[in-house]
Design a protein around this ligand. Structure first.
Ligand code: ADP
Ligand code: ZN
Length: 739
């Protein structure tokens, strides 16, 4: 018998299957993790068995080396996962071994981690009398007699401190016998016992629709915040288990709190396993093994849990499907949704995407019939959606208020604090000081070509469009109203904190942003402190927008609703709508009704109006029309090639040359009738032109989405391959942002 083995070395030159002989007596199957002699010096390397066959497929006389051993008694990859990795290799143009590595815990490689064994001891002969001068040895024997069953050495030591040597002595005298068993290191979560609620009519209808999906199909569960999507997930998983199948639930990393996991654990006990980046190495390894060994058919995890080795996978759920964190930013640059679609297709499973603010792409697919649309239109228990008011910051400014809070927000905050409730103030840090607007009329400087706000560049005191390269000087007066109040915009969380102290001295606030969330548990600590009422106001960036339920929060203030709206990205309207809806959903989760105040310089902007009435349907109609008009995704596709180097002049020269070659390649691939598919090919310094001393240059390509797209992508990938060693930082298909 022969095996095709890929060695665990991430290098293009060896990223293929090598043939090995399976020596007699060694049980080797596809998916086994093996040791093989490799290369001229026969260095021992780790590898993965891709396939096994009776024929070597080699010519006679070619020497075939033997596989040395299997590293684990079980196969570490399912056949389905091997096929998935091979598909990824094509689709993402990555190394096969890099794709395979996503499917196993890193510590498995190089045997850097081992099973944890617990030693237990028991009386060799339970009936025999034991007499010893040693007091502690007698105590140990007495204890074991009393409990009448084996005990772990750790437990005995806890009962009888200092009994370690006595146990050793008793083992030696054969009064005690020992054995051991594997323990699984598990992450902590709180499995609150909660009653299983009766489904609402809407929830029940949703469940039936999911049950009725045909194999391989995807459904989009669009449900307003608080409509009980999680309960629907739980029931879908239940019916999946009843069919003898497993399920994977993806949740954004940041929402994967002990509380979230607890809700699943309360229902499914230790049939769940948890996978996310905050686990210790031991926990990750053991959770993975519990999944692989079939002990945990339900996996709750962040993005990479989409690769979990669940056998007989019946269902994948992606909660908050619109979240950008489902896109991997490192090679292989996969999107969890694409992987999930692939996996449910091969397994005849079902994919359920859930969101209160579906991504435009998913809703578009639901509209065009490739996804089934399922809706939850009402909040559970008839709780009203919060009342949203818009504070017009232009009017405030013209009335002499040049602070960061509107008088409306101040008065609502005052009321909220007086009643002993809590408030959340939300700020989007990412827009900091980049876009330019007029404080008097709200006008935002946008590109004449692109309908995208322009970005301020301090060094040149100029504004630039990241999409087409257009540039103009910073005007000294507003082009719209002529007043001299044009400025670049930005407020930070610290500033908000200071202002609160000024308005409401002595109020306890907590801040949550990239500065305060510096270590693994800080996020959790800040939120639970706020949940316990240790602070009255939580100030934060988008991190506070999701996940937690704080029953005492009745007011949400959006300090600058425009910062995301004016972000230089074609997705800024979509992201603004999503953020505003998510933060609004934080208010009034319990008995007390919620209120939201959005501060803005553009109160009439359609997106803010849609967000205010939480009208996703109208927002979608508005935004999809914009996308169609400007031929932005989903009607087109962006590709960005990013180059970097120390020598700016050389870099620019090479960038331009590359752009020329790439354009020729693309035009050839698109063929005569496809020439107009190439909507844009722009070579320019990257929006952030220098990072850590390295100059950056980018080639931005915009392609119309037609049947010729795969050919065009192939051309781009081929181009990348032939220049791989040549200073490319990365190639991105539909980059998540344009920086
Ligand atoms: P979503 O995920 O859609 O925002 P959740 O699933 O968190 O909503 O549900 C909101 C609240 O309603 C939760 O506290 C949940 O326990 C409760 N809930 C969900 N379904 C029901 C139901 N059928 N009956 C009673 N309470 C429910
Ligand atoms: Zn432009």
């Amino acid at each position: 018998m022969f095996a095709k083995v890929i060695v665990d070395i991430a290098h293009a030159a060896v990223d293929r299957a090598f043939t090995y002989n399976i020596p007699a007596g060694l049980d080797v199957r596809p998916g086994h993790h093996v040791l093989v002699p490799f290369g001229q010096g026969d260095h021992v390397k780790e590898g993965f068995v891709l396939s096994v066959s009776e024929e070597s497929g080699l010519e006679d006389g070619v020497a075939v080396k033997d596989i040395l051993s299997c590293m684990e008694p079980y196969t570490v990859l399912l056949p389905e996962q091997i096929a998935l990795a091979q598909w990824m290799q094509e689709a993402y143009h990555c190394l096969l071994v890099d794709a395979l590595r996503l499917m196993i815990p890193a510590q498995l490689r190089g045997s850097r981690i081992h099973e944890k064994k617990e030693r237990i001891v028991f009386l060799a002969d339970a009936d025999s009398e034991f007499a010893s001068k040693s007091r502690i040895q007698t105590d140990v024997v007495e204890l074991l007699k009393k409990t009448g069953q084996p005990m772990s050495i750790q437990d005995i030591k806890a009962f009888l401190p200092g009994s370690g040597p006595a146990i050793t002595a008793l083992l030696k005298k054969r009064v005690l016998s020992e054995s051991s068993f594997t323990v699984f290191r598990r992450p902590e979560y709180i499995a609150r016992a909660e009653d299983v609620p009766e489904l609402t009519e809407e929830q029940y209808a949703a469940l039936k629709k999911v049950d009725a999906l045909s194999p391989g199909q995807t459904a989009l569960l669009y449900g307003v915040t608080g409509s009980g999507k999680t309960e629907v997930y739980l029931r879908c998983i239940e019916s999946c288990l009843q069919r003898g199948q497993g399920a994977i639930v993806l949740v954004p990393e940041i929402a994967l709190t002990p509380q979230t996991v607890g809700r699943f654990a309360a229902r499914f006990g230790d049939r769940i396993a948890v996978l996310h980046s905050r686990l210790s190495a031991g926990e990750r390894f053991d959770e993975w093994r519990r999944i692989r060994l079939g002990k945990a058919p339900i996996v709750i995890g962040a993005r990479s849990a989409v690769f979990a080795p669940v056998e007989n996978l019946g269902l994948i759920i992606i909660d908050e499907e619109h979240e950008t964190s489902y896109q991997s930013e490192i090679t292989p640059r996969y999107h969890a949704l694409d992987i999930a679609r692939r996996r449910v297709k091969t397994n005849d499973g079902k994919l359920l995407l859930g969101s209160a603010t579906p991504s435009l792409l998913s809703y578009y697919r639901a509209q065009s019939g490739s996804y089934q649309l399922i809706e939850l239109k009402h909040r559970v228990g008839g709780r009203p959606l919060p009342a949203v008011s818009i504070a017009d910051m232009r009017a405030e400014f013209l009335n002499g208020n040049n602070g960061i809070f509107s008088s409306l927000l101040i008065s609502k905050l005052g009321e909220c604090l007086k009643q002993g409730h809590q408030a959340m103030l939300f700020l989007n840090r990412r827009g900091y000081s980049t876009f330019v607007s007029c404080r008097a009329c709200g006008y935002v400087l946008t590109c004449d070509n692109c309908d995208i706000s322009m970005t301020y560049h301090k060094a040149q005191n100029a504004v630039r469009c990241h999409y087409c390269g257009a540039r103009k000087p910073l005007p000294s007066v507003c082009p719209n109203c002529g007043k001299p109040f044009i400025k670049y915009f930005g407020v930070g969380t610290e500033q908000v904190e200071e202002q609160i102290q000024k308005w409401f001295p002595g109020t306890k606030t907590v801040r949550m942003d990239a500065d305060t969330v510096t270590h693994r548990d800080a996020y959790e600590q800040i939120l639970s402190a706020f949940g316990r009422g240790e602070a009255q106001i939580l100030i934060g960036t988008q991190m506070i927008a999701k996940g937690h339920d704080f029953p005492n929060v009745t007011l949400v203030g959006v300090v600058a609703a425009d910062t995301t709206l004016s972000f230089p990205d074609y997705r800024s309207a979509e992201r603004t709508f999503q953020l505003l809806t998510q933060v609004s959903g934080r208010a009034g989760r319990d008995k007390d009704p919620g209120q939201v105040v959005m501060q803005t310089y553009v109160p009439d902007h359609p997106v803010l109006q849609f967000a205010r009435s939480q009208d996703y349907g109208s927002f979608y109609q508005y935004e999809i029309a914009q996308r169609k008009k400007c031929l932005y995704p989903p009607f087109s596709l962006f590709i960005r090639l990013l180059l970097s180097g120390d020598n700016e002049t050389a870099l620019i020269e090479r960038g331009k040359e590359y752009a020329k070659t790439l354009e020729t390649d693309l035009r050839t691939a698109l063929g005569a009738e496809g020439q107009s598919d190439l909507l844009l090919l722009l070579a320019a310094p990257a929006p952030i032109a220098r990072i850590a001393g390295q100059s950056r240059y980018q080639i931005l390509v915009k392609l119309l989405r037609t049947k010729r797209l795969p050919q065009a992508l192939h051309a781009v990938y081929d181009f990348e391959t032939s220049h791989r060693a040549d200073g490319f930082l990365k190639i991105e298909i539909n980059p998540q942002d344009m920086f």
